[in-house]
Write a protein that binds this ligand. Structure first.
Ligand SMILES: *Cc1c(COP(=O)(O)O)cnc(C)c1O
Length: 449
């Protein structure tokens, strides 16, 4: 184990804007990038980062921005978290890779034990490790197909599951994720989502009605006995932080159980304390057959996991699962540090506190600005949906303008949503409360302009 404590480095926890955004140094780097990197890889805000930690991101021009993105819900424990840095440094100095499929090491097993313990349900579980969220979802589907001997896979409207062939097929939105990248994988079916704000009969009956529609369509269009798996995010991320109406997830989970369908919860974005529960499935007591995790798992090091019922996971033949880098020892040490940090710093409770500060303030803004059609989310995963006032018609242009205004003022926010009209907020769970409130002030000023 490690011998000496590493002093934690954190940039000063202040917002400080010293140039226009992006500044001259960032613009220079952006020009270099244009000649080296294809434009298909975008950046929300092309300020080039030199430091980050706590609740700020510092750029090459010396600007310090308030971070409401966490690198897309990844650095829940903060950037360069001291525990993560210490364990990573110690591991890098010992060995960086053997390949778990060649010669294994203890930290991989420890991460799997921990995930088996902390994911929903106290049944016997197994976990294996991969590199990305998409790879985790791909593997979950492979296992479900193998274990059931069935082929059809059900995904939902507004869902996002990644950019590989199968996972972009599972993803709902064409532009930019699928457009021009076909042909897609076969045997994927899409069902309606319980989207309370946009449900035709209103939010109250949305959960049961959407579940009934989805179950009816699955039964008629595919046949329940042909379905290997249902893949669903317990709160949809890229689709616009859509929290399924109450009752929807339990009804779908029950239907799966009754029909021998593997229920796969994609907790890649919602996991690791983000929503005010360790996993978002806990909110309605859902116990998935398989859970996929990634983003928040390892403080920014590339790692992902597939955790599932032992009787499903143990079915696959030896050598059928794996990958060269999956469960890299440096990433595993980072994951162990993240789990320690969540526990030691009470980050589940902290995510709830963040929600208790953000949601009332967002609702207050909605009361003042008719362009905010909906305020939603749980814990430190919240969003506002921007519409033309008095209607539910999405206003993507205004959403982009609001994001730009926030960026100019030193608040890093992300957009999302099928219609590009959602501003989403994912602060690191360690953000100081004064910065959180300052970020919301900036949002208020952006809306006032
Ligand atoms: C980000 C995300 C993925 C894909 O993860 P990558 O690591 O980018 O491959 C899959 N599912 C959900 C819900 C996500 O948010």
């Amino acid at each position: 184990m490690t011998s000496q404590a590493v002093p934690s480095y954190e940039p000063p926890q202040v917002r400080r804007i010293v140039t226009e955004i992006p500044g001259p140094r960032s613009r220079e780097l952006q020009e270099r990038r244009k000649a080296a990197v294809p434009p298909g890889v975008g950046s929300v805000l092309p300020v080039y980062v030199t430091d980050a930690g706590g609740g700020v991101v510092v750029d090459a021009d010396g600007n310090s921005l308030i971070d409401f993105g966490s690198g897309i819900a990844v650095v829940n424990v903060g950037n360069a978290n001291a525990r993560v840095a210490e364990r990573v440094k110690a591991q890098v100095e010992r060995f960086t890779h053997t390949c778990f499929m060649v010669a294994p090491y203890e930290s991989y097993v420890a991460v799997c034990e921990a995930l088996n313990r902390i994911t929903p349900g106290d049944h016997d579980k197994r976990t294996f490790l991969v590199n990305s969220g998409a790879e985790a979802v791909e593997n979950a589907v492979k296992i479900a197909r193998y274990a059931t001997g069935r082929q059809a896979v059900v995904a939902f409207d507004h869902g996002y599951h990644g950019r590989t062939l199968l996972t972009m097929t599972l993803t709902a939105k064409s532009m930019p994720y699928k457009h021009g990248f076909g042909p897609y994988a076969s045997d994927v079916y899409r069902m309606p989502m319980a989207y309370p704000f946009r449900w035709p009969t209103g939010p109250d009956d949305c959960g049961p009605e959407a579940a009934a529609q989805a179950i009816d369509q699955i039964s008629k269009q595919i046949g329940a006995d042909a379905v290997a798996a249902v893949v669903i995010e317990p709160i949809q991320g890229e689709g616009g932080f859509i929290e399924p109406a109450p009752g929807f997830l339990p009804a779908i989970a029950d239907f799966c159980r009754e029909n021998g369908i593997v229920f796969i919860a994609d907790e890649v974005q919602t996991g690791f304390a983000r929503t005010g529960d360790l996993f978002a499935c806990e909110h309605e007591g859902i116990v998935p057959d398989i859970v996929t995790t990634a983003k928040g798992i390892a403080g920014g090091l590339p790692l992902a996991a597939v955790t599932g019922r032992a009787d499903l996971m143990d079915r696959v033949h030896g050598g059928g699962l794996g990958g060269t880098y999956g469960g890299n020892p440096v990433a595993c040490e980072a994951a162990l540090a993240v789990l320690e940090e969540i526990e030691a710093s009470g980050l589940v409770a902290r995510a709830r506190e963040i929600g208790e500060v953000m949601l009332p303030r967002l609702r207050e803004l909605a009361g003042k600005h008719a362009e905010i059609g909906d305020v939603r989310g749980r814990g430190a995963m919240t969003a506002i949906e921007i519409v033309h006032p008095g209607t539910k018609e999405p206003d993507a242009a205004r959403t982009a303008e609001l994001a730009r205004r926030c960026h100019q003022a030193g608040l890093l926010v992300l957009t999302a949503g099928t219609y590009g009209n959602v501003l989403r907020f994912l602060p690191p769970l360690v953000i100081p409360m004064d910065l959180l409130n300052e970020g919301l002030d900036i949002l208020g000023e952006a809306l006032a302009g």
